[in-house]
Design a protein around this ligand. Structure first.
Ligand SMILES: *[C@@H]1O[C@H](CO)[C@@H](O)[C@H](O)[C@H]1NC(C)=O
Ligand SMILES: *[C@@H]1O[C@H](CO)[C@@H](O)[C@H](O)[C@H]1NC(C)=O
Ligand SMILES: *[C@@H]1O[C@H](CO)[C@@H](O)[C@H](O)[C@H]1NC(C)=O
Ligand SMILES: *[C@@H]1O[C@H](CO)[C@@H](O)[C@H](O)[C@H]1NC(C)=O
Ligand SMILES: *[C@@H]1O[C@H](CO)[C@@H](O)[C@H](O)[C@H]1NC(C)=O
Length: 395
């Protein structure tokens, strides 16, 4: 996702200690996204750092950088300890219990490539991300039966020029075979992590997020953010990912976030039998004349369009209720439930961006960003009751 001019970046751990005993006797039940639906949340700001998510933390450690790459560079030798502390504290098992109590059954977890590989020259930190990831997902799966989407939020060289794709102004992932090879090493290591988790049936693998090669960032969030040539490179990667997954465990679903192109644009290039689910991001804070008042009509229009041609299931991996104009406190509860209900009814559910969000940047209308992005606060206020979410708004 992209907020004004600042975004997501990330960090995770290195594979090598994925020694988790398998619970062999347990019957594994793999999900079929064609029939599976879930409401969930993203764990943003945990293993990927973003300037907008936690203003106080960012101001304390970034040294004025706009991305995690710069934050780590500015922190120098302190980067590791600052980030390890973040991994240990921003999301804990208590958060997972609270998420489960709210009725959510899915976690989408952004990671940087540096969680999975050492990439020469990278400023992104490779530490114990996978240890934290293992502990949190084990808890979520064993205690609450949750489904986990592991999201690769950046790739070597950078794939969208944003803070979150590796670093601001980095597009070096495109058309670079070396970087593609490193990317597939990321996939191999995630597959090892999933296979060693004891619960391979509880994971979906999302190999990238919001790829874009258009250097005009004002078109980010629209179909032209990714050129046809760029899309062909993305497709080459996704096909290679499919073949890696198939060689290890073809029952692990692949979730494909195809930038902001329609599902129909891509679906022709995949076979009906592929174990594939699309991820479409539906945001309202820019690009359209949205207000808190008219948000349900935009949400419903998006929800109905989300499935595309119906060849593959589609999940809404990110969304939020910040509108461009006239944001209103009193309309939040309605809007959150309209989105939960509509994306569940017309698509395969959604994961809100994001569980914790304390960023205080200004918005049009009442409050600041934290009032429209912080799902935990909606749970605290008793706003979340998707079963009562009303899709009559969508008729
Ligand atoms: C956001 O919080 C920071 C301190 O963390 C403060 O310096 C800044 O003025 C605040 N911005 C707004 C819009 O409230
Ligand atoms: C590919 O990326 C690597 C790493 O950034 C770089 O060293 C190399 O020059 C790039 N190759 C090409 C052909 O651009
Ligand atoms: C998908 O397949 C169509 C039809 O064969 C082709 O024209 C198009 O270029 C392919 N898309 C990509 C992104 O390669
Ligand atoms: C938003 O409203 C303004 C003023 O009515 C109009 O000029 C503009 O075209 C609208 N933008 C979109 C994306 O509909
Ligand atoms: C926002 O609210 C103000 C005051 O009610 C109103 O004048 C204005 O037209 C609204 N803006 C939009 C885009 O609806």
């Amino acid at each position: 996702m992209l907020l004004g001019s600042a975004f997501l970046v990330a960090l995770l751990g290195i594979p090598s200690t994925f020694a988790i005993p398998t619970r062999g006797a347990e019957k594994s039940k793999y999900i079929d996204w064609k029939t599976f639906k879930a409401n969930g949340v993203n764990l943003g700001g945990w293993l990927v750092q973003e300037s907008t998510i936690d203003t106080t933390w960012w101001n304390t450690y970034s040294g004025g950088a706009d991305d995690e790459w710069g934050l780590c560079k500015n922190l120098g030798s302190r980067c590791g300890s600052v980030l390890e502390k973040r991994y240990a504290s921003w999301i804990t098992t208590a958060d997972i219990d609270k998420i489960a109590e709210s009725g959510a059954t899915l976690l989408r977890i952004p990671t940087t490539y540096a969680a999975w590989i050492h990439y020469p020259g990278s400023q992104l930190y490779s530490g114990k991300q996978t240890t934290y990831l293992r502990d949190i997902t084990k808890h979520a799966i064993e205690k609450h039966g949750m489904h986990i989407i592991i999201d690769v939020h950046s790739l070597p060289g950078g794939y969208n020029g944003l803070t979150i794709g590796e670093a601001s102004g980095h597009w070096g992932w495109f058309y670079n075979q070396t970087n593609l090879d490193y990317s597939l090493e990321v996939i191999d290591n995630i597959l090892s992590f999933i296979q060693a988790s004891g619960h391979p049936e509880s994971f979906t693998l999302e190999p990238m997020n919001e790829p874009a090669d258009n250097r005009d960032l004002s078109v980010f969030g629209t179909p032209v953010a990714l050129s046809d040539e760029g899309a062909a490179w993305v497709l080459k990667y996704i096909k290679a990912v499919q073949s890696r997954v198939a060689s290890v465990n073809r029952k692990i679903p692949i979730m494909f976030q195809g930038s902001f192109k329609s599902v129909n644009y891509w679906s022709v290039n995949f076979s009906q039998s592929d174990n594939l689910v699309f991820d479409k991001h539906n945001y309202y804070f820019e690009g359209r004349n949205t207000t808190s008042e008219n948000l349900p009509s935009y949400i419903c229009t998006d929800a109905k369009a989300t499935p595309g041609d119906g060849k593959f299931p589609v999940f809404v991996g990110e969304w939020s209720i910040q509108a461009l104009y006239n944001n209103s406190f009193v309309l939040r509860e309605r809007n959150i439930n309209v989105g939960l209900a509509a994306f569940h009814k017309y698509a395969h559910g959604s994961s809100y961006w994001t569980w914790k969000f304390s960023g205080n940047a200004t918005v049009g209308g009442e409050g600041t960003q934290t009032d429209y992005w912080n799902y935990e606060e909606y749970v605290n206020r008793g706003f979340v009751h998707p079963k009562n979410g009303d899709v009559t708004f969508c008729r």
